[in-house]
Write a protein that binds this ligand. Structure first.
Ligand SMILES: *Cc1c(COP(=O)(O)O)cnc(C)c1O
Length: 381
């Protein structure tokens, strides 16, 4: 009896604990028929039927022409750079998940960090040109929090200097602007279907390609470079998505509209409740006509009674696991901080955002009572 007490209280505590996200999972019984099909066909991977169906279904859903599925977003980023034979220096943002820059190092490319726009927190096009050198071959921007980059300004610079543009679109599933899917811009866009993302296949990712020829090259690169049984055309990697993940993605896709609608509702409640709170700024949309509400970042400034880190700690004390996306900046990690472009003086806006941002929980199952709990902590400071 006494021995079970601590367990009971731990369970209660864990129940009460809120995370910044919670993966969407469809009813388990709906997944079983997919597994039965895999068991009977014995096709587990290598571009099987579920893989083909998911590629087609995602093209239709996202409004893009071609897409190649991957085991995860990071392998897709590494392969996207390979597909265009990117070398030398690539201009990128320090305000992102570390995989953005890691994909450059995996290709022996030198990242060149450029500061971000204070409103959108995306790569600032006005700062790109001064960072271009004779070694620059590409730009790798990120649609941070799913808010579109200034794709036109970036493309203009790329055209002027003959650079490729590879978007890290890991946050941008389903995001549309007046021109259609945000994933159509640049030379390639890379998605992540990691468990923490808006659309998840447990682990997964994809490269959105503009034409069949590029897709074919990418399909070779993700399968060791094999073209047929005896022909290998490149030192490709194993980046293939399995049939289990692809089947799961097909089922998830049936629920995505409901999940996005639930996120939209939570986003609106937060904005309404936090409106006018001194020292708290909610990051605005960046002109998307369809947003995905993948994150709910707030910026805590000096008008707020607590520092960002004090507020972060206060949330933790209440078992609310808010996250500081993106702190530290990528440019502050040991493998990057020696680069000239990693210098804090070069990145004042990113440094400021990184030290003031806090991402609040947002996911379809977040209850109104818990949203109230979260807002009360901020308002009670
Ligand atoms: C999640 C994420 C990645 C990596 O994707 P994985 O599927 O986890 O490998 C890359 N870039 C950004 C911006 C991300 O948020």
């Amino acid at each position: 009896m006494t021995a079970s007490l601590p367990f009971a209280s731990v369970a209660e505590l864990v129940d009460e604990r809120l995370y910044v996200t919670q993966p969407h999972l469809p009813p388990l019984n709906e997944f079983l028929p997919y597994l039965e099909e895999i068991w009977s066909s014995k096709v587990l991977t290598n571009g099987g039927p579920f893989h083909q169906q998911l590629e087609k279904a995602l093209c239709d859903y996202l409004g893009v022409k071609y897409l190649s599925l991957f085991a995860n977003g990071t392998l897709a980023l590494v392969t996207a750079l390979q597909a265009h034979r990117i070398t030398g220096e690539v201009i990128t943002t320090p305000y992102s998940f570390v995989a953005t820059a890691h994909s450059l190092l995996w290709n022996g490319i030198k990242p060149v960090f450029v500061d971000i726009d204070p409103k959108t927190l995306n790569l600032d096009p006005k700062r790109i040109e001064e960072a271009i050198t004779p070694q620059t071959t590409a730009i790798m921007p990120v649609h941070c929090y799913g808010h579109p980059c200034d794709v036109e300004a970036i493309q203009k610079i790329a055209d002027n200097y003959n650079l490729k543009v590879i978007y890290d679109a890991a946050h941008a599933f389903g995001v549309q602007t007046a021109a259609g899917s945000v994933l159509q811009h640049g030379d390639l866009s890379v998605l992540s279907f990691h468990a923490t993302k808006v659309f998840n296949t447990f682990e997964g990712g994809a490269i959105v390609c503009p034409d069949a020829k590029t897709k074919q090259r990418i399909d070779h690169l993700k399968n060791f470079g094999f073209v047929d049984e005896v022909t290998v055309v490149a030192p490709g990697i194993n980046g293939k998505m399995s049939e289990v993940n692809a089947a799961f993605g097909l089922l998830q896709l049936q629920y995505i509209d409901g999940a996005l609608a639930a996120r939209k509702r939570i986003d609106a409640i937060y904005r309404d409740m936090l409106d006018g709170v001194p020292g708290i700024r909610c990051v605005e949309d960046a002109g998307e006509t369809a947003a995905n509400f993948s994150y709910f970042p707030i910026l805590v400034d000096s008008a707020f009674p607590l520092t960002r880190d004090e507020l972060y700690q206060k949330f933790r004390d209440h078992e609310i696991m808010v996250r500081r996306y993106f702190y530290p900046l990528i440019s502050d990690f040991p493998m990057y901080r020696g680069l000239p472009s990693a210098h804090r003086g070069n990145l004042p806006v990113a440094s400021q955002a990184s030290s003031s941002v806090l991402c609040l929980p947002i996911y379809p199952g977040l209850s109104d009572a818990n949203i109230g709990r979260i807002v009360d902590i901020i308002k009670g400071c």
